[in-house]
Ligand binder design. Structure first.
Ligand SMILES: C[S@@+](CC[C@H](N)C(=O)[O-])C[C@H]1O[C@@H](n2cnc3c(N)ncnc32)[C@H](O)[C@@H]1O
Length: 307
C-alpha cells in the first residue's frame, strides 16, 4: 500500500491511506468471482476489499490485531462468509492455509507497515515521537528497538544498520551509540534517537539532505525488531507448495533487500520447474499513482504463476 516505502518520509501525506497498485494487483491475480485468494498483509484492507468487490473470496492475514479488528468491523458486515480473518504472522501461512480447506487461486503480500501503524502513538516510528523506542508491529514480540540498542555490540548494530538500512554511516553511528551507552546516555525516545543520528551526520560534515538523516537507521531497526525479511521469506517459501496449477503469487516490496530476496526465490522456483514468472521485470507503479501517492514510488510487484 501507499502506506510505506523504502525511504519513509513522514512529511508525505502522513494521514493518507492509499493501497498501492490495487489495479495492478487485481489484474495480476486474475481475480475471478467465487474463487479464494489470500491477502497475507491485510493492513487497512485496501487490497482485500478490491478483491472482494471483484467477486473473489478472501482469507485475510495480519499480525497486528488492530488490522484484524478494523476489518471485522468494516468489511465482515459487508462481505460475510466471503471473508475469513486470521491474526498471525504470515511466516506460518504455508502450514496454516491447508486447514482452511479451500483451493487458493492467488496470494498477495504487500510487505512492510501501514501508515496507521507508522503514525500511531507508541510505535516509535516518527522522528518527533516522545514515547518509548518500541517499533513492534505485533505486541506479543518480546524485543523492542530499545532492547536492541541496549544489548547489541557496536559491530552488531552496524550490521543491522548496514544490512537493513544500507546506512552509509553504520559504523560511526553504532560506535557513538555504544559510547553513549557506556556513559548511561543512550537515546530513549524516537525524538532523541533521530537527534542523535543527525548529530553524527553533522559531526561527519554532512549538512542538509532531502530526507531525515535518521531514516535508514529507523527503517533498519524496524526491520530487525519485527524480523521482517525472515517472515517475508518464510511466508512466501511456505506458500509455494499449496498453490495449485495456475495459482498466482503476487509480492509487493518497497525495499531493495526484500525485492532481491523475492527475485531470487522466484528464479529458483522457475529453475526447479515449479512454475513461471508473469514477466521477468517487476511491475512498477504508473506516473499518475506516484504523483497521487508519492509513497508508492519505490514499489515493485513480482508475480509467480504455479505450474
Ligand atoms: C503495507 S500494510 C498492507 C496494506 C494493505 N495491502 C492494504 O491495502 O491496506 C502491511 C500490513 O502487513 C502486516 N504485516 C507485516 N508483516 C507481517 C507478517 N509477517 N505477518 C502478518 N502481517 C504482517 C502489517 O501489520 C500491516 O498491517
Amino acid at each position: 500500500m501507499a502506506e510505506k516505502r523504502e525511504e519513509e518520509n513522514k512529511d508525505d501525506g502522513k494521514d493518507s491511506h492509499f493501497p498501492v497498485m490495487t489495479k495492478e494487483v487485481l489484474e495480476v491475480l486474475n481475480v475471478h468471482p467465487g474463487q479464494w485468494y489470500v491477502d497475507a498483509t491485510l493492513g487497512q484492507g485496501g487490497h482485500a476489499r478490491a478483491i472482494l468487490e471483484a467477486g473473489g473470496s478472501v482469507i485475510a492475514i495480519d499480525r497486528d490485531p488492530k488490522a484484524i479488528e478494523k476489518a471485522r468491523l468494516e468489511l465482515l458486515p459487508i462481505f460475510g462468509e466471503r471473508l475469513r480473518l486470521t491474526c498471525m504472522n504470515h511466516a506460518g501461512m504455508g502450514e496454516f492455509l491447508p486447514s482452511m480447506r479451500v483451493d487458493i487461486s492467488g496470494v498477495v503480500l504487500d510487505s512492510g507497515w501501514s501508515m496507521a501503524q507508522a503514525s500511531e502513538n507508541g510505535a516509535g516510528l516518527s522522528f518527533d515521537a516522545e514515547g518509548p523506542l518500541d517499533m513492534r508491529m505485533d505486541p506479543t514480540l518480546e524485543r523492542t528497538a530499545m532492547d536492541i540498542l541496549e544489548q547489541q555490540s557496536a559491530e552488531e548494530l552496524a550490521a543491522i544498520f548496514s544490512n537493513f538500512g544500507e546506512e552509509p554511516l553504520a559504523l560511526p553511528i553504532s560506535r557513538a551509540l555504544v559510547q553513549s551507552r557506556s556513559r548511561g546516555r543512550l537515546p530513549r525516545t524516537p525524538k532523541e534517537l533521530a537527534a542523535f543520528v543527525s548529530g553524527v551526520y553533522y559531526r561527519k560534515g554532512y549538512r542538509r539532505s532531502r530526507r531525515h538523516p535518521a531514516t535508514r537507521v529507523f527503517m533498519a531497526l524496524r526491520i530487525e525488531v519485527n524480523g521482517e525479511i525472515d517472515s517475508l521469506v518464510r511466508g512466501v517459501s511456505g506458500v509455494r507448495s499449496i498453490l495449485g496449477s495456475g495459482a498466482r503469487l503476487a509480492v509487493l516490496t518497497f525495499h531493495s533487500r526484500e525485492d532481491r530476496e523475492i527475485k531470487h526465490l522466484f528464479r529458483e522456483w522457475v529453475r526447479e520447474g515449479w512454475g513461471r514468472l508473469l514477466q521477468s521485470k517487476p511491475v512498477l507503479p504508473g506516473k499518475a499513482e506516484i504523483e497521487h501517492n508519492p509513497r508508492s514510488r519505490s514499489a515493485k510487484l513480482r508475480v509467480y504463476i504455479a505450474n
